[in-house]
Write a protein that binds this ligand. Structure first.
Ligand code: 3HC
Ligand code: NAI
Length: 706
């Protein structure tokens, strides 16, 4: 077992320093090392108190999540050593002081609460984020936290998982003191001040446990909030149950209850999905073949072309990251309109309490609206967000080529066009790349980074690094029509429209997918994006459509009547002035008469069929993208869908969901749809077929490529 805890002394105080970079997780060796240090200090008559501190950038940030992956894979692992440590800390005869900087999260906070005292620097944070991994605190946190902070504060921390700053933790009673100046010295001084007194055990404290009426109200309020904020998830309710037990049961019985609930959550698919998403978000930043040696260019200034829906949103993204940004338009009117939208968005954020007025003023001061090319010659990045028209984009890139400084990144926000063709309009295709933001750009976390065939490694590395600075999740994708997200979205939408054409109301189709966990149903999303977008594209590519193959028609029929979705107040649904949707009573009549003419049978589909048809359509196209190399790994596809398309994180993404269902079952169902519907697109992707035949999974395929 590695030695991950350093033992040192400061006169009569022992200092145990956890040395397990980068985040001092409780990996094998850490709990054992702390326990050994506590025993050593207790055995040494010269030592009167103990300080537990994290080396490097943080206190302990939690249990080692890789251990949970091992449990999921049936490869052992568990909390044994952590659980023993908690008792050993609390039972130490000499007081133990946790000295906290960075983040005391999950098992880290639980270890700190088993110590007798906690001191922290003002910048520290504390939290029980386990629910974000589909589990609950499993290190007695649901029982100690209410004893320190009361039931109401504890239930919020455990059920919703958001960390709180040190000052709040101090006010709540979680931290005993805030240390000014150097943490280690402050903690040693604190430890010395309590040496020789009887160490207080958190498990024995009762004074914060409150009265039944207040506790019941807090628990009930948390349940309502969990249903709203974490719809479909089981862990928040399990965490609430565990905290509820803290004031009803003696400590040991409460811990037993916590252990049962923890175990049940860990065994469930939701933790598999959420842990996959946690690591996935970090995996996508790693690009095979592009190592740390590839130079990343600093982006200190930006210039955006176009002040429309996307240009305005992208400008806000740069301003929000503190990067000065110019925004260029063709007419004063368009520029004013773009700036007015930006101001309105910021005002709404102030009204909702998301930003302060001062913050907004600072952001607005970073934006320079303009009609000229002024300053484009010094910008580190130029982002084009003009109309989706190849000739226009080529013209603009040729112009940028003549103006931008050498080495600047030239990015296009195109959602469908060929990046290589755009790059070919310049004499420096290596500098050109796609930065596909999602609407609204200032809100959606996803950024598809589209690699052209000439895009240089440095431009790719710079884009990935920039995504993080812009607080986006950057996913590198290949240059094909629709890239990863929208290419998969096509078959998903197609099935949703087919289902309506077959006699299922939009409310039924969207309802089934909403209950599955999607943030919005596919038909409502199409109404939001504008049905006319797909209609126009379809008209443009009509010549490529295969004769005799069924195509979704109903959206086009709606467009022909001037119903483009939300923007015209009517689409698959009808929208009032507040964009509240209600059924469009005309849709089913249109669907029925179209279906009669086209020979499409009418039948009611179950929720199960609706979900299978729509989600497996995503999975099958995802498998094709993977095999064709347009997605690096299946997890990249998952991260695209979790951050750009409202796929429920607790299902891990479409590819992980397919793994959890079992690829054999998914493949068999796709074949069955092929027989039933006779559509060529219901042919299993070769990769899916192969993995299913081998009894394998997309995750295993990813590991094989790593
Ligand atoms: N276990 C294992 N690895 C972890 C980890 C953990 N708890 N926390 C972070 N890591 C890894 C990341 O995967 C990443 O690895 P990589 O470099 O190979 O990609 C590396 O540490 C650095 O992480 P970040 O890139 O996320 O670093 P940041 O500085 O941006 O964030 C952090 C640091 C806030 C600590 C963030 O990593 C985080 O939120 N971690 C998870 C914290 C958590 O959920 N703790 C609870 C765990 S469950 C638990 O404790 C159960 C208990 O109740 C028994
Ligand atoms: P939009 O129509 O809202 O805005 C385009 C803007 O570009 C207009 O304000 C127009 O005046 C301006 N413009 C046109 N030619 C210009 C020029 N030569 N110089 C400066 N400005 C010029 O369009 P939107 O929706 O913002 O789309 C822009 C790009 O983003 C397109 O390529 C689109 O495919 C892509 N995109 C759109 C998404 C969406 O949901 N709307 C999502 C992701 C990408």
């Amino acid at each position: 077992m590695p030695n991950l805890v350093n033992y040192s002394t400061d006169l009569d105080v022992a200092v145990l320093t956890v040395e397990n970079p980068p985040v001092n997780a409780l990996s094998p060796g850490v709990p054992e090392g702390i326990a050994a240090g506590v025993a050593q200090a207790n055995a040494d008559a010269a030592i009167r108190a103990i300080v537990l501190i994290g080396g490097g950038r943080t206190f302990i940030a939690g249990a080692d999540i890789r251990e949970f992956e091992k449990i999921h894979a049936g490869q052992g692992g568990g909390l044994g050593a952590i659980m023993s440590l908690l008792g050993e800390l609390e039972n130490s005869g000499k007081p133990v002081v946790a000295a906290i900087h960075g983040t005391a999260l999950g098992g880290g906070l639980e270890v700190a609460m088993a110590c007798h005292y906690r001191v922290a620097v003002a910048s520290a944070q504390a939290g029980q984020p386990e629910v974000k991994l589909g589990i609950i605190p499993g290190g007695e946190g649901t029982q100690r936290l209410p004893r320190l902070a009361g039931v109401a504060a504890a239930v919020n921390l455990c059920a919703f998982g958001d960390p709180i700053p040190a000052a709040q933790a101090h006010a709540a009673g979680i931290f005993d003191a805030i240390v000014e100046g150097e943490l280690r010295a402050g903690a040693v001084e604190f430890a010395r001040s309590v040496a020789g007194t009887k160490p207080p055990k958190t498990s024995e404290r009762m004074e914060k446990l409150g009265d039944a009426a207040a506790n019941e109200a807090a628990i009930a309020a948390a349940r309502v909030e969990a249903n709203k904020r974490m719809r479909g998830q089981t862990a928040p309710h399990a965490a609430i149950d565990a905290v509820d037990a803290a004031w009803r049961l003696p400590f040991a019985d409460g811990c037993k209850k916590e252990a049962e609930l923890f175990e049940a959550c860990l065994k469930g698919d939701q933790s598999k999905g959420l842990i996959h998403a946690f690591f996935g978000e970090r995996t996508v930043a790693k690009i095979p073949g592009i190592g740390k040696d590839v130079p990343v260019m600093p982006i200190r200034s930006a210039a955006v072309i176009g002040a429309g829906t996307m240009g305005g949103g992208i400008t806000m993204v740069y301003a929000n990251a503190g990067i000065p940004v110019r925004m260029k338009e063709t007419t004063q009117e368009a520029l004013d309109k773009g700036m007015a939208t930006i101001r309105r968005n910021y005002e709404n954020s102030v009204k909702r309490g998301r930003f302060t007025q001062e913050y907004v003023e600072q952001r607005l001061a970073l934006i320079t609206p303009q009609l000229s090319w002024d300053g484009f010659d010094t910008a580190d990045i130029v982002v084009e967000a003009v109309f989706e028209n190849m000739e226009l984009k080529k013209k603009i890139f040729a112009e940028i080529d003549g103006i931008a400084k050498a080495g600047a990144v030239l990015a296009s926000n195109t959602s469908t066009l060929d990046i290589d063709a755009i790059a070919a309009a310049t004499k420096r295709p290596e500098s050109v790349i796609g930065h596909h933001f999602f609407s609204p750009a200032n809100v959606m976390r996803l950024l598809e980074i589209v690699r052209g065939k000439a895009s240089s490694d440095s431009v790719i590395a710079t884009s990935m690094d920039l995504a993080k600075k812009l607080r986006k999740v950057g996913v590198l994708v290949g240059n094909c029509r629709g890239f990863v997200g929208n290419r998969m979205f096509g078959p998903y939408c197609r099935e949703s429209i087919f289902l309506v054409e077959e006699g299922n109301t939009p409310e039924r189709v969207d309802g089934a997918l909403y209950r599955f966990g999607m943030a919005m149903g596919p038909l409502a999303v199409q109404d939001l994006a504008g049905l006319d977008v797909g209609w126009r594209i379809r008209k443009e590519y009509k010549h490529l459509e295969e004769a005799g193959v069924r195509h979704a028609e109903l959206d086009s029929l709606l467009c022909e009547q001037g119903h483009y979705g939300q923007k015209t107040g009517k689409g698959f649904f009808v929208y009032d002035a507040n964009r509240k949707a209600s059924p469009n009573v005309e849709v089913m009549g249109m669907a029925a008469s179209y279906a009669a003419g086209a020979g499409i049978g009418q039948r009611e589909a179950s929720d199960e069929e609706i979900v299978e048809r729509c989600v497996y359509a995503l999975v099958n196209e995802g498998a094709r993208l993977l095999e064709e190399g347009f997605a690096l790994r299946s997890v990249d596809i998952d991260i695209v869908y979790l951050n750009g398309y409202g796929f429920p994180a607790w299902r891990g993404g479409p590819m992980k969901y397919a793994d959890l269902v079992g690829l054999g079952k998914v493949c068999a169902k796709i074949r069955e749809f092929g027989v039933r519907f006779g559509h060529p697109f219901w042919k299993p992707a070769p990769l899916l077929e192969r993995l299913a035949a081998e009894g394998s999974s997309f995750s295993a395929y990813d590991r094989g490529k790593a």
